[in-house]
Design a protein around this ligand. Sequence first.
Ligand SMILES: Cc1cc2nc3c(=O)[nH]c(=O)nc-3n(C[C@H](O)[C@H](O)[C@H](O)COP(=O)(O)OP(=O)(O)OC[C@H]3O[C@@H](n4cnc5c(N)ncnc54)[C@H](O)[C@@H]3O)c2cc1C
Length: 433
Amino acid sequence: MKSSMLWKNWSGSVKFNPKEVMYPSTIDEIVTIVKKANSEKKKIRVVGSSHSFTPLIATNDYLISLDRLNGIISIDKEAQIAEIWAGTKLEQLGHELYEAGYSQENLGDINVQSVAGAFLTGTHGTGISHGILATQIEMMTIVLPTGDVLECSKTKNTDFYRAIGVSLGLMGIVVKLKIRIKPATTYRYESKKVNFRELSSNLEKYKNEYEHFEFYLFPYSENVQIKMMNQTRSKKHSYKYEKWKVATIENKAFWLLSEFSRNFPKSSHQISKISASSVPSSSMIGPSHELFATIRTVKFNEMEYSIPAEHMKDATSEIQEEIIQKQFNVHFPIECRFVKKDNFLISPASMRDSAYIAIHMYKGMPHHEYFKRIEEILQSYNGRPHWGKMHTMNREKLLNLYPLLPNFLNMRKEIDKNNIFVNAYLTKLFEIE
Ligand SMILES: Cc1cc2nc3c(=O)[nH]c(=O)nc-3n(C[C@H](O)[C@H](O)[C@H](O)COP(=O)(O)OP(=O)(O)OC[C@H]3O[C@@H](n4cnc5c(N)ncnc54)[C@H](O)[C@@H]3O)c2cc1C
């Protein structure tokens, strides 16, 4: 336990002083903390790796970290299901599964998040045949806001399962999960530069022919980077040098360009063009957990929206035109991914195959005007925000986008009558009484 200290998220956009930071190492300890919070009328927020850009973890009361509850508990080889502690970091999970001959079905861009933190915000990777990471969950064990322990799955307490899978820490503390895994598979990764016209005419083909497909648009440039991954029979891994090279370009070189851009904002237009024209062609073969995850040391702020998959082309064209029209000073590429629909109550991909479009701004450069205008465009396509990334949504707008939000909020009210698991940010966002 640590008392009153300054806590910051990864990008530094969220800062707060929790009264106490607790590191329980058993479920019983968590139950005791939750009961104590109830009797003392204190609030609780759980923290994973503090990688959300929104103030989801902010609290002036108890901040609970599950860092001591980590690792794989068991693997059911026949059913291909792993039981894991919720505090496990995705990187550790990837390595432990690989040692045992398995891998996760899909991952996002980085692997430093905690399993629960990533799953419960709707974190996703790319691939139209893959849902958000939370769709890998078969069962969850939760310490409810009352201190009771509940298990839910696709067949047991299913209403809870659909609510808790994406729940932003509002429904209690997830302590253990059973997730679907698959035998460790070798993938071939390819990245290359194409132009926007070529991308547009082949978008459906790329989306359907590659298990994992994503692309990056560069402001002020017609060049696009496409990244593709498919399984391969080849067993010969060759990724370490190429991965190191890409990490060096995307971090060290890009940091220098970003600093230049921050000091001379108008240069960002040219810098984006330079980055776009120097997209390298690269190819790697290796295990999925090594190829999905990238290292991100250049700090930024980010906004991401999910829109119906069929609007990817129109929305991205509109965004590129708007950047030119408004002459925004931005050199970070726009990340575009596809995700299969799911049926969690407040998942951004709930009930619709989705195109996810993410925009970034280097830390220290103004992002408000840029994010605001692009958010308007994405909202005009019925965009739903990524809960862990910046947005300016309110309850009224959210109700139009999430038909099942009232069910979620009613269920939350029912299980957390004392509002133990809310904070000021979530109270305002959902107008919690
Ligand atoms: C560099 C970078 C890259 C990113 N890449 C991607 C990406 O590729 N795809 C994508 O979708 N997102 C991405 N994100 C967003 C990120 O995945 C999410 O914000 C995620 O929630 C962060 O995980 P975390 O462990 O840091 O969670 P935190 O930010 O610490 O917490 C997130 C939420 O989960 C809750 N929580 C955590 N643990 C528990 C628990 N045990 N029980 C109940 N609630 C809990 C917290 O209370 C909070 O509400 C990225 C973010 C960064 C900074």
